[in-house]
Each structure stands twice: as structure tokens, then as C-alpha cells.
Ligand binder design. Structure first.
Ligand code: C2E
Ligand code: CA
Ligand code: CA
Length: 470
């Protein structure tokens, strides 16, 4: 109890001044009250990370102990997330500690803003943070929260008007699946974070060995039969031109229902990537999407479809050949297809990715960089890339801080200087639509314009003539 000894020292004059008289009891009570308050202040201070205002390691461990004490394994799920920044050292080394502190405070603010009041965020030390999540409904929910926190932290951080992409790796462990004590959960979350960082996975949930391994295997088997057996369908989301209001593009998004329950695309795409199923899944999404383009074109609508290409395939030399064959089989011109790639592809093997992108563009296919502003990419890295367009991630579109607004405007301007078209993503209301229109974006996509919808529904939006019923 460090607080006691410190408190005792500073209180000596107070105690010495107490005289036991008739009013002495009152004085004593007042002194005790002061003492208690001082203890509480000191106790709080001992659990505070003074730089960021979050709790420190001690605070986190206490929060975790308290949560576990109340928890019932049949009912409650509690998660520990350990988060380590990816590029903090670079900022600290090149810009100095003061700017490093700005980054740490901003990360702390974003973590705090993205959790509930009953959750706890803390800085463990250096650039390592941790979060305790209570009240999770299922162990699987932790991945979604971890992704959300990572996205929040990955948004560019403005330092003197210059955006810095710091990024983070997160490891998570869940009570009771992965452990029932604070020590075990902390250890597992920490070890998992290092594996996530090593494998550049971003987010990783502790894999308790055979049990989790077996369930992933079962899921992969189900995904394989879904790919082969018609269990994957595409949803279509429109993009509207901000100058004419016309639908100028449609993004195809894969959907999978496993035992009647939809699985998040983030989850099954990651699984497909881990298991090598991503090749056949992408071939399928390309086929389904291009078939749909044929239907649109047969009723006179020549809008291209946008398909997401997983980072792993952008370095695959056979991709342009496969795409060429799919287009030829349907007698479709290259411009009926847009491929969305992410910056991850460019980080892993840049030269190969550039070669593949050249091959695709030679077919007349447009290539756009997806999720810009939600990761590592900077304009310096983009300059010599053969791209046609940029999709600005929702996190950047909605950032209303002065730094965020400046960054958004600068991003749009620079992209257009480089000759890229700009699509703003995640437009959920009229205000955001107006914002990106004023800033000169070419097109917008989001719930306010249209949710991802069925093939029939998008045909109606595009004004395709309905098939005549017999
Ligand atoms: P993405 O490429 O960034 O796709 C856009 C995501 O944003 C979609 O999530 C879409 O439903 C969602 N969205 C659209 N409008 C709004 C909005 O106004 N507000 C918000 N908050 N969200 C909006 P979805 O369908 O869950 O897909 C998630 C991610 O999974 C996609 O992100 C993409 O990276 C991946 N994905 C989906 N389909 C495929 C696919 O066929 N192949 C590959 N490789 N990845 C895919
Ligand atoms: Ca996309
Ligand atoms: Ca996107």
C-alpha cells in the first residue's frame, strides 16, 4: 500500500494540530475525511498514466480482476486486448519525443472514444496499450471490436499538418474460452499480439490449439462447399456521380450464410486467405459479378461492376490472364470491370503488384485503391503506381476534427492532381454527401445512396427492364 505511507507523511501536521476537546470529535471526523480523500486521490494517481490520462497497467489488472470476480463462464464473456503501435518508433526517432507523446495521447483518445463506459483502456507502457471488454455476448464478438479499435487507431494522425500512418497490431484472449485467470489472459493476449505483428495480420484472437483449430477447419470445409455448391452470393452497392447523380458504378460484395446465419465478409475472406480458398472464391465472385454485368448490358445499361481483389492475389501473375479469359468468355470489354485492391498488396511485394496491375490495365480494366486513409499508404508511395482511382475510407470521410477535414481535402486534391478519380465511401447522410461534393469528389457510395442489395434490387436501381414473365 504505497499510498498509505506517502499519505501518512504529508498528514503529520494535520494530526498534530488535533486537540481532543469537546469539539475534538468534530475535528477528528473532518481530519479523517481529508485523509480519506487524500488516499483516494493518491490511489487514483497510482493507477493513472499521467501522459495520456488513461489507466496504467495496475488499473488494467484491477479492472480485469474485478470483471473476472463477477463473471460466470456460462453467461459472461470478457476479453483482454493488447495493442502495440506499428510505426511509433519511426515517429519518435524522426520527429522527437514531444511528437511521439502527441501520437500516444491521440491513440489513447481514440481507444477511449471507441469503447463503452464499463470497458477499460490503459497504457501498459511505451507504445503498448490494453483494453478489457466486459459484457461481450459471444467470444466471436471480440474480433469485430478489435478490428474497430484497430481501424480507429490506424486513421492518420495529424502532426503539424502532415498525416502520419501509425497503425497497430492487436492480440486478444477471451474468458473463459482461452483462460480463466487475469494472468493467463494477459499472457495469451500479449503472445497473440506478437504473432499478429510478426505475420502483419493486424488483429489476431488467441487460438487455443486443437479446439479452435478444429472449429476453423470445420468452417473452412463449410466455406469450400459454399464456394462449390452455390452458397456464396453477391450483394451490389451503387456509386453515384456527385455531378450528375447517375449511378456510375456498382460494387459487388460477397455474402455467405452458414447454417442460416450470415458470416461477416471480413471473417470468411480472412479464412479464405489463410486456407488458400481465396483463389477459387475470387474466381467465383468475378464470374458472378461479370454475369450480372451481362444482364445489365442486355437491357442497355453499361455500368461497370467493381470487384474486390484480396491482397494475396494482386501479386499473382496469373490474375490478368484469368480476368482476360472471364471477359472474353462473356464478350465483355475491359471497361465493364473495376478491380479494387488494397495497399497491403503493395507493401508485401510492390514490384510484382505493379507488374500485375499493369497487366490488368492493359486489358482496359480499371484498378482502384480501396480503403485509402485507413492504413499505411501515403501519397509518396502512390506516385509511381499505375492506378485509375482512389476510394476514400469512411474513417477519413467522417473525421470532423480540423486535422481530419484538412487531410480529407488534401487527399482529394492530391489524388485528382495525380489524375485519379475519387470515390468517397461510407456516406450515411446528406451532410456527408454535401461535404464530399463540395470537396470535389467524383462519386459517392454508402447507405445514404444505397445499401448493398440483391441482384434484382440493383437491376431496378439501374433501370434495367424487368424480365418478362411467361
Ligand atoms: P470494402 O471493400 O471497404 O467494402 C465496403 C464495406 O462497407 C461493405 O462491408 C459495405 O457493406 C460497407 N458499407 C457500405 N456503405 C456503408 C456506409 O454507409 N456505412 C458503413 N458503416 N459501411 C458501409 P461488407 O460488405 O461487410 O464488406 C466488408 C469487407 O469485406 C469489404 O470492405 C471488403 O474488403 C471485403 N469483401 C467483401 N466482399 C469481398 C469479395 O468478394 N472479395 C474480397 N477479396 N473481399 C471482399
Ligand atoms: Ca471495396
Ligand atoms: Ca473500401
Amino acid at each position: 500500500m504505497i499510498e498509505w505511507s506517502t499519505a501518512g507523511a504529508s498528514l503529520v501536521p494535520l494530526w498534530a494540530g488535533i486537540v481532543i476537546t469537546a469539539g475534538g470529535i468534530v475535528l477528528l471526523a473532518a481530519a479523517l475525511l481529508v485523509l480519506r480523500r487524500q488516499q483516494a486521490t493518491l490511489r487514483r494517481a497510482a493507477r493513472l498514466d499521467h501522459l495520456t490520462g488513461l489507466g496504467n497497467r495496475k488499473a488494467l489488472e484491477e479492472a480485469l480482476h474485478a470483471a473476472l470476480e463477477d463473471a460466470q463462464p456460462q453467461r459472461d464473456r470478457i476479453a483482454v486486448l493488447v495493442l502495440d503501435l506499428d510505426k511509433f518508433k519511426e515517429v519518435n526517432d524522426t520527429l522527437g519525443h514531444e511528437k511521439g507523446d502527441v501520437v500516444l495521447c491521440e491513440v489513447a483518445r481514440r481507444l477511449h472514444a471507441n469503447i463503452f463506459e464499463y470497458d477499460t483502456a490503459a497504457r501498459l507502457g511505451g507504445d503498448e496499450f490494453a483494453v478489457v471488454l466486459r459484457n461481450l455476448r459471444a467470444a466471436d464478438d471480440v474480433a469485430a471490436v478489435a478490428h474497430r479499435l484497430r481501424e480507429a487507431v490506424a486513421r492518420p494522425i495529424d502532426i503539424d499538418g502532415v498525416p502520419h500512418f501509425i497503425g497497430a497490431s492487436i492480440g486478444a484472449a477471451v474468458f473463459p474460452e482461452h483462460g480463466t485467470t487475469a494472468a493467463v489472459l494477459m499472457r495469451d493476449a500479449d503472445a497473440t499480439m506478437y504473432r499478429a505483428k510478426r505475420d502483419r495480420e493486424g488483429v489476431r484472437v488467441y487460438d487455443a490449439g486443437t479446439t479452435a483449430g478444429a472449429s476453423a477447419l470445420g468452417m473452412a470445409a463449410d466455406l469450400l462447399s459454399a464456394i462449390d455448391g452455390g452458397g456464396i452470393r453477391m450483394a451490389f452497392q451503387p456509386q453515384r456521380s456527385l455531378s450528375t447523380g447517375a449511378v456510375v458504378g456498382v460494387e459487388a460484395l460477397a455474402r455467405w450464410e452458414r447454417s442460416e446465419a450470415p458470416v461477416s465478409p471480413l471473417e470468411f475472406i480472412a479464412l479464405a486467405e489463410e486456407t488458400g480458398l481465396i483463389r477459387s472464391l475470387t474466381a467465383l465472385t468475378l464470374r458472378l459479378s461479370l454475369d450480372e454485368v451481362c444482364t445489365w448490358r442486355s437491357s442497355g445499361v453499361a455500368v461497370p461492376v467493381s470487384v474486390n481483389i484480396s491482397a494475396r492475389l494482386v501479386t499473382d501473375r496469373s490474375l490478368p490472364l484469368e480476368v482476360a479469359a472471364l471477359l472474353a468468355a462473356r464478350e465483355l470489354p475491359g471497361e465493364s470491370l473495376v478491380l479494387e485492391i488494397t495497399e497491403t498488396a503493395l507493401i508485401t511485394n510492390r514490384d510484382r503488384a505493379v507488374e500485375v496491375v499493369h497487366g490488368l490495365r492493359a486489358l482496359g480494366v480499371r484498378v482502384e485503391l480501396d480503403d485509402f486513409g485507413n492504413g499505411y499508404a501515403s501519397f509518396g508511395a502512390l506516385r509511381d503506381l499505375p492506378l485509375d482511382g482512389l476510394k476514400i475510407d469512411r474513417t477519413l470521410v467522417v473525421d470532423e476534427s480540423p486535422g481530419g477535414a484538412r487531410l480529407l481535402a488534401a487527399t482529394i486534391e492530391k489524388a485528382q492532381d495525380l489524375g485519379l478519380t475519387v470515390v468517397a465511401e461510407g456516406i450515411e447522410d446528406e451532410l456527408l454527401l454535401e461535404r464530399v461534393r463540395i470537396l470535389g469528389c467524383d462519386a459517392a457510395q454508402g447507405y445514404h445512396i444505397g445499401r448493398p442489395m440483391t441482384a434484382e434490387a440493383i437491376r431496378a436501381v439501374l433501370g434495367c427492364a424487368l424480365p418478362t414473365s411467361h
